[in-house]
Design a protein around this ligand. Structure first.
Ligand SMILES: *Cc1c(COP(=O)(O)O)cnc(C)c1O
Length: 392
């Protein structure tokens, strides 16, 4: 075997020597917004038209009375919980495989996270297990759309409405998605968005809370307004978000096309390599068009003795491809004393070991960028046995 064919992690040349594409992209409309701010001084003001326009745009887009801008998605989840009066002694149901800060936010309020397993086919909250997790103390359910898939919101709504339990819909990873023609965020009672640095709409930091409930909005305002906004989103942030919101439908289409192409390319690979990496290919839920902040893959590296998902991820990273281990399952990173598990969590266990997630910027690239992902997967699979660390 010539050195030129070797995986980069073993000394061969990487497939993408310059690494994955960066984020955010160079966006003329954002540059113009920044230049206008330098001229008119909006960047230095507490209040102004950009935040008002962003609120207006979100209210219209999500068909809700209240769009409260705030400093991050994490703050948005905390404020959503506070708005629903979640406090000491309460329980909040969420998926055992969810964003870490959602769990921490529940603890911050003195409430107990109740973990429910995820579905084997799409790794989303298993809505059928939510009814069994309810108790007299359940104050809310958090449902996050993750990894290019969508939670079954109609079914969740039916279960929660029956028991009078409010839903926080975490749409931080789902900007651009649609559920029966409408964006995620308002399928529950309170929606949360993130404008963090890696997200599909980014201002480096930032978030928003959406709701139709006046009491929830009122409570959030009381908590955040201390003579000044304690969790603000700035004029500067709002100004760079507005043009991105406008470009979102077009970018969503491009990402969606790329995902379809990538799946097709992966399906047409020459047989021969031990197939260790698979896109999570469950069919999309009826009437749902997910967004692609991260695209989920299942990695079965442990099928080869001595090999792990993490070693494979390291090797793919070395090729310049942003296909990384997913986050940890919540019950593995928190003490048992901190939460209640509603039953066994076998799928979250397995996902903790197997998830690989592709970061989205490459999905705005060309077919050649997608072919490089397939080439990296191919190369790593073909050299899988060589990747086993010696004497382990
Ligand atoms: C990013 C993210 C958050 C938190 O957003 P930040 O703005 O980074 O604080 C919450 N939930 C999910 C699912 C996320 O992906």
């Amino acid at each position: 075997m010539s050195a030129s064919e070797l995986p980069a992690i073993l000394g061969g040349p990487p497939i993408r020597p310059d690494g994955p594409p960066s984020w955010p992209i160079d966006d003329t409309a954002v540059r113009e917004a920044l230049a206008r701010m330098a001229d008119d001084g909006a960047w230095g003001r507490y209040h102004g038209p950009h935040c008002r326009r962003l609120q207006e745009a979100l209210r219209e887009r999500h068909e809700c009375e209240h769009a409260i801008l705030c400093s991050s998605g994490t703050a948005a989840v905390e404020l959503a919980l506070r708005g629903l009066k979640v406090g000491a002694g309460d329980e909040v149901i969420l998926a055992a495989y969810d964003f870490k800060a959602n769990f921490t936010n529940v603890l911050t309020l003195g409430a107990t996270p109740v973990l429910v397993d995820i579905r084997a086919d799409d790794w989303q909250l298993d809505v059928e297990q939510v009814a069994g997790a309810l108790s007299g103390r359940t104050a809310a359910v958090i449902a996050s759309h993750l990894h290019g898939k969508i939670v079954d919101m109609s079914r969740l709504r039916a279960v929660c409405d029956e028991h009078g339990v409010p839903i926080i819909e975490d749409a931080c990873q789902a900007q651009g998605a649609t559920i029966h023609g409408r964006p995620p965020g308002m399928w529950g009672h309170v929606g949360v968005l993130s404008f963090g640095g890696s997200k599909l709409l980014t201002a480096g930091r930032g978030g928003a809370i959406l709701t139709r409930r006046d009491d929830v909005a009122q409570r959030i305002k009381l908590y955040t307004q201390r003579g000044n906004d304690a969790y603000p989103l700035s004029e500067m942030q709002a100004a760079v978000l507005l043009p991105q919101l406008e470009a979102l439908p077009e970018r969503q289409e491009r990402r969606k096309t790329s995902v379809a192409q990538l799946r097709e390319m992966l399906a047409q690979r020459e047989p021969g390599a031990p197939e260790l990496i698979h896109a999570l290919n469950s069919p999309q839920r009826d009437g749902c068009d997910p967004a692609y902040y991260k695209l989920a893959f299942r990695c079965d590296g442990a099928r080869i003795e001595g090999l792990t998902r993490d070693r494979i991820a390291e090797a793919i990273r070395a090729e310049g491809i942003a296909l990384d281990p997913g986050f940890r399952a919540l019950h593995f990173i928190h003490s048992r004393r901190r939460f209640r598990a509603a039953g066994e969590l076998p799928i979250a266990d397995e996902t903790d070991r197997q998830a690989l997630v592709l970061h989205h910027p490459v999905l705005l690239g060309e077919a050649a960028d997608l072919r490089q992902i397939v080439a990296a997967v191919d190369k790593i699979e073909r050299h899988a046995t060589m990747l086993v660390p010696p004497n382990e």
